[in-house]
Ligand binder design. Structure first.
Ligand code: FAD
Length: 381
């Protein structure tokens, strides 16, 4: 049995960012446990859009803006190229019915932050993105936006953390977490470990582990399917979302719906997404959804019809009822989960906030709105 100061559960972008940020202090004995490989969960099955435009005004957008600054700096210092670049973001408006919704969404962003946002007419939109179809009625645009390779980012956090002494057990599944007088005992498929603090950053699987501590986390896996095309020369000037995508993202009544998320990667492939579905832990793609995604994308960008599809995949977003992550500390148990479709963007700030909670017992942002107790269902089982 090994003894540690901190055990981190989950080797996705959140667990690895936390490991990295904690390792900077050179004063903790840290163990990270991942049951598969690094980035084997949502962090390896997603887009890499660092979208500020898609964040709700208030704490979510404020954290995303801060995270973007950190990622910009880190991308220059990581030995691994994480393919970070600043690229404007656009939310295209497919139908006039969505204009009032987008106006309200943007006015809240403007009220709470200084994010640079422009409303564009149909003509202005096509002037900036000439390959768009003429069906689009306008767009919201921001130059404060970016793109990153999510798998490389997760590995960059992971490799930097291990080079600073963080121990890692891959292919080892945490089965149970138990409170003991000195902190926690963590039982895995290979052994037992003890630590004063445990960080639960197991994405969509976090509620399965919190049960052993009689803690009910209101997180559900929300599947997202994505199509990958062959690479071509750079054709887009923006990362593109649609207003239907924003409506679906924040649809708290049913949690369902889908819109367009489109990015051209560093290597020229297009990632066309994404569905939002509650189907348990099923990570399969479905032909009906892939057809719908392709149709929506071609309606917006007809040139995509000419491209060959090279693969498709699905990932599980850790959904919470209000769309915000849970970042909290409860008697030595640190919760850093529930980042839904924003975990890549929010990874850096989450790592920073958790390291502050560990070191000082409080964070540099007011994160009370991210606490577990905001949910009525969060009580002990
Ligand atoms: C289709 C899609 C598109 C997306 N696009 C974007 C985007 O453009 N921008 C953005 O910011 N975000 C995006 N996201 C969201 C982002 O991918 C997630 O928010 C983020 O990856 C969550 O990271 P995580 O570390 O919390 O979870 P995960 O990456 O899922 O990591 C959790 C890890 O915990 C491990 N684990 C689980 N149970 C155990 C156990 N018992 N023992 C040990 N290990 C365990 C898992 O194996 C997994 O590796 C997208 C997601 C999807 C699905």
């Amino acid at each position: 049995m090994g003894a540690y100061d901190i055990i981190i559960i989950g080797g996705g972008v959140i667990g690895c960012s936390i490991a990295y940020h904690l390792s900077l202090f050179n004063r903790f004995k840290i163990l990270l446990i991942e049951r598969n490989g690094i980035a084997g969960g949502a962090s390896g099955s997603c887009d890499g859009i660092l979208s500020l435009l898609s964040k709700k005004g208030g704490i979510q957008l404020e954290l995303a803006m801060e995270s973007m600054l950190i990622l910009d700096n880190l991308s220059k210092s990581f030995p691994l190229d994480v393919e970070f670049r600043k690229i404007p973001g656009m939310i295209i408006i497919e139908d006039e019915r969505y204009i009032p919704f987008m106006e309200k969404f943007v006015s809240e962003q403007r009220r709470t932050t200084n994010l640079r946002i422009d409303f564009l007419s149909a003509k202005e939109t096509r002037g900036l993105e000439p390959l768009l179809s003429d069906r689009v009625v306008g767009a919201v645009r921001s130059t404060d936006n970016g793109q990153i390779n999510p798998i490389r980012l997760t590995y960059a956090f992971f490799e930097s953390a291990s080079s600073k002494g963080v121990e890692v057990r891959k292919g080892e599944e945490v089965l149970r977490i138990e409170r003991i007088p000195s902190g926690f005992r963590v039982e895995t498929s290979c052994g037992r470990y003890e630590a004063g603090l445990v960080v639960l950053s197991a994405g969509s699987w976090s509620p399965l582990l919190s049960e052993s501590l009689c803690l009910n986390l209101p997180i559900k896996p929300r599947r997202g399917q994505i199509i990958v095309t062959e690479p071509i020369e750079r054709a887009l000037n923006h990362t593109v979302l649609s207003s239907k995508y924003i409506v679906a993202k924040y649809n708290v009544e049913t949690g369902k719906g889908e819109g367009l998320a489109l990015e051209q990667t560093h290597h020229g492939n297009f990632l066309i997404g994404a569905t939002r579905e509650f189907v348990g832990y099923d990570r399969r793609v479905t032909s009906s959804a892939l057809k719908r995604l392709a149709k929506t994308a071609v309606e917006a960008f007809p040139f995509l019809k000419e491209l060959r599809v090279v693969r498709s995949f699905a990932g599980l977003r850790p959904w919470t009822p209000d769309g915000l992550p849970i970042i909290d500390i409860i008697d030595g148990l640190i919760l850093a989960c529930g980042h839904e479709g924003d975990g890549i963007c929010l990874s850096a700030i989450t790592g920073k906030l958790v390291s502050e909670l560990v070191l000082y017992g409080r964070a540099s942002f007011d994160i009370s709105s991210l606490s577990l107790k905001r949910f009525k269902t969060s009580s002990a089982l």
